[in-house]
Design a protein around this ligand. Structure first.
Ligand code: CP
Length: 414
């Protein structure tokens, strides 16, 4: 617990003239630096990271930090700190953002391991926040929302979008990043450290951890031993919940609704974690019909089909991509995941290149349909159709930034 009225509390009076010349952002940074000197917060002091802000072993300390900072700046007895009424109103707004309350289950969300954790109201509220995040401008008040927080990205598998969009999301909200490139090679996993030990250690250096791992179930295993929030950035062929969230967000933006539409999943449906996560997320909406188009060796697995049956969701399988394209509102293409085939390279060759989205498929789609792909692509979408207004995959990748900004806010600020 912090004690605000303490004689040892550093007083910034001597910095007053300098502070009056500082920009708003610089003043916020000064607040954080002052807190690092606060004598009753040894853990925070010890973990203080220069530049990026203060670190802490748990979120409560940050809430105390922010409560302390807000109390400090609104201390009316301290004449030198008194603010104008308009300034006070701005401070009140900032406090509201810093201690955000959510009307859905987001209020109780502690981590993001599985797309099944999100019900419809949670997704809708998250998307409203994502819309706000898309408007955050550099240097604005909201660009400092996560100042003082640190996020660790620990990726045991390659990534372009997920890792960079998370790091960009944290940076755009003023937070700091600690990261190891290719965690399997450059973290102590290479020396035989267990995932659990790594996670316990990493969480003590930051406030939230984003993990990508090659084994299904690894995120759930890590979350069990952690106190800091964990975000699953893809666990082998298991789950990729933030991809599912950004995919649902993209569908809403592209076709304008989340009820009463038809979606085709195409490509590697056996190994594609994005397809599995998205299929589960879409069961939370009404009258969504699924069409599966996949080579024999990578057909949709029975567990998802059973999951859909149990929820009364209509699905069918087809081998005719053009006929399917004529029926659907969303065409969700995926890459054949060579890395999941092991030594079954014959199977990979059979699956590769079987279903390609090219101009003939675009011609079969309606004018209002969209084509999505979690990316990266290899050869399953002809680059010649990139310029078609219905090709949404790069917009989809950008939506990942806004959804991940929203998720970081939700998990760090309650
Ligand atoms: N969609 C996706 O997960 O992309 P990356 O593998 O590049 O992160």
């Amino acid at each position: 617990m912090l004690h605000i009225q303490n004689n040892n509390t550093p007083r910034p009076v001597e910095k007053q003239s300098k502070r009056s010349r500082e920009s708003k952002r610089e003043r916020e940074r000064t607040k954080i630096r002052m807190f690092s000197m606060y004598p009753h917060s040894t853990a925070t002091m010890g973990a203080f990271a220069t530049g990026a802000g203060a670190t802490s072993t748990n979120r409560k300390q940050h809430h105390h930090l922010r409560r302390y900072l807000n109390t400090f700046s609104t201390n009316k007895n301290n004449k030198t700190r008194r603010r104008s009424s308009s300034r006070r109103r701005k401070g009140d707004e900032r406090r509201t953002m810093v201690s955000a309350k959510y009307s859905s289950g987001l209020q109780k969300l502690e981590n993001c391991v599985d797309s099944g954790q999100f019900d419809r109201p949670m997704m809708e509220e998250l998307f409203t926040i994502a819309d706000e995040m898309a408007k955050v401008k550099p240097g604005s008040k909201d660009s400092l929302l996560l100042q003082g927080y640190l996020m660790s990205t620990l990726f045991y598998e390659a990534s372009t979008r997920t890792r960079l969009s998370f790091e960009s999301a944290m940076g755009r909200l003023g937070g700091g990043i600690v990261s190891t490139e290719s965690a399997g090679e450059y973290s102590s996993a290479a020396k035989g450290e267990t995932l659990e030990d790594t996670m316990r250690t990493v969480e003590s250096y930051c406030d939230i951890v984003v993990l990508r791992h090659f084994q299904a179930g690894s995120a759930a295993k890590a979350a069990k031993v952690m106190r800091a929030p964990l975000i699953n950035a893809g666990d082998g062929p298991g789950q990729h919940p933030t991809q599912a969230l950004l995919d649902v967000y993209t569908i809403q933006k592209e076709i304008g609704r989340l009820d009463g539409f038809k979606i085709a999943f195409v490509g590697d449906l056996a190994n594609g974690r994005t397809v599995r996560s998205l299929a589960m997320a879409l069961t939370k909406f009404n009258d969504v019909e699924f069409f599966f188009v996949a080579p024999d060796v990578v057909k949709m697995k029975d567990d998802i089909k059973l999951f859909l049956d149990e929820r009364g969701v209509k699905w069918s399988e087809s081998t005719d991509l053009i006929a399917t394209a004529k029926k659907v509102d969303v065409m969700y293409q995926t890459r054949i995941q060579k890395e999941r085939f092991g030594d079954r390279l014959d199977d990979y060759e059979k699956a590769k290149g079987k279903y390609i989205i090219d101009q003939s498929v675009m011609d079969a789609l309606s004018d209002t349909a969209c084509v999505m792909h979690p990316l990266p692509r290899v050869d399953e979408i002809d680059p010649a159709v990139d310029g078609d207004k219905r090709s949404a995959y790069f917009r989809q990748a950008q939506n990942g930034l806004f959804v991940r900004m929203a998720l970081l806010k939700v998990l760090l600020l309650k």
